[in-house]
Ligand binder design. Structure first.
Ligand code: HPA
Ligand SMILES: [Zn+2]
Length: 354
């Protein structure tokens, strides 16, 4: 962890989170609690589910994205009622508030719940109750991004997208964009071209996971076929200097998740995550937690890990935070407030170190 004065500076920075799966905030203790409450039997043939401690231990040994996703989908099987989703989201917002998050754009995976018989309104109403409370108690503003699952047939995504409940949540503004997540290898982005074309006609914001485990070509493909304005992860951009220069020039933001990348074996250590290379190449990025309850770190842990590995200057941290605010999908008024807040934190920091 970082030294205490740097830590307090990083804590105070007004953080925006763009890459945070709400189901990835489901802690082992909440999994066991909700499983007991809801009478859900966790797998008996996997000793990882013997106790909270054994599950925490298993999470330290993920071998790949798909190895993690196996546990991610079992974990979320305990979520049944709106109250369960509210408890999950509230757990996240308490961490977010402590870490200095001021605005969060949260992913959720409706297909993973509706396929288990949980209604869409149960998911969204539970998360919304926690969102309202986070805004009134912590001043954290939030948006929702509906993610579609790549391990399922494309036709499933199209059916979900067209469902009256999901359409209603786009129309009433409670959900502002779509994303694409889950298994990446052998699932090239262009397969979801029709889904993204439909979403574009509804003026939804568009993002997709690309170049996490998959190659840089998937980033090219996602930009060309899906017309996304952000790239989730996108770290394999580093393998294609020409593409990197074009992403920098276009100002397309990557939502980078350093601890996730190390835990899921995309890179051997945080030092290998191309943070410094992106800074040098002028690639915009935000720093995010992805699935903090599975990866052992919330957003501030990610900021601290990056600082430990790369020793960013205060000005570099300011530019990371500014890019994150500017790359958000909130109102221009909210962005202006957040930029003002960033300015105040920087002034305060400079007066302390002067
Ligand atoms: O990092 C991720 N990648 C793909 N799908 C996911 N679903 C949750 N987290 C992830
Ligand atoms: Zn993700």
């Amino acid at each position: 962890m970082c030294k205490s004065s740097i830590h307090s500076f990083l804590q105070a920075l007004p953080k925006v989170e763009h890459h945070m799966h709400i189901e990835g905030a489901l802690s082992p203790s909440l999994i066991f609690k909700l499983a007991a409450k809801n009478g859900i039997e966790l797998p008996k043939d996997d000793s990882a589910f013997s106790s909270v401690e054994s599950l925490v231990e298993r999470y330290k040994h993920f071998t790949s994205l798909d190895d993690f996703l196996h546990y991610y989908y079992i974990g979320m099987s305990v979520l049944l009622s709106a109250g369960d989703f509210e408890a999950l989201a509230w757990d996240y917002f308490q961490h977010a508030a402590a870490d200095g998050v001021v605005h969060a754009e949260l992913f959720y995976d409706p297909q993973a719940h509706t396929s288990r018989g949980v209604s869409y309104s149960t998911i969204v109403s539970g998360i919304s109750a926690a969102r309202k409370r986070a805004e009134s108690e912590f001043g954290i503003t939030t948006e929702l991004i509906c993610c579609f699952l790549r391990h399922l047939p494309v036709s499933d995504s199209l059916m979900a997208f067209d469902s009256s409940e999901i359409q209603a949540s786009f129309k009433d503004g409670s959900v502002i964009g779509i994303g694409l997540d889950s298994t990446e290898l052998d699932k090239p982005p262009h397969l979801w071209k029709e889904l993204y074309a439909k979403a574009a006609t509804q003026e939804l914001n568009l993002t997709a996971h690309a170049g996490e485990e998959g190659p840089a070509e998937y980033i090219t493909d996602a930009l060309a076929s899906l017309h996304i304005s952000r790239i989730d992860h996108g770290v394999h951009l580093i393998d294609d200097p020409e593409l990197m220069a074009s992403v920098a020039k276009e100002g397309i933001m990557l939502t980078v998740c350093p601890i996730s990348n190390v835990v899921l074996k995309c890179f051997p250590s945080i030092k290998d995550v191309p943070i410094r290379k992106f800074l040098d190449a002028g690639v915009r990025f935000s720093i995010n937690s992805d699935d903090p309850a599975y990866f052992g770190g919330y957003i501030l842990d990610n900021y601290c890990a990056v600082d430990d590995a790369f020793q960013l200057s205060a000005e570099e941290w300011k530019s990371v935070c500014r890019a994150a605010i500017e790359g958000s999908w909130c109102s221009e008024e909210r962005k202006a407030e957040l930029l003002e807040r960033l300015h105040s934190v920087m002034e305060h920091w400079r007066s302390k170190v002067a």
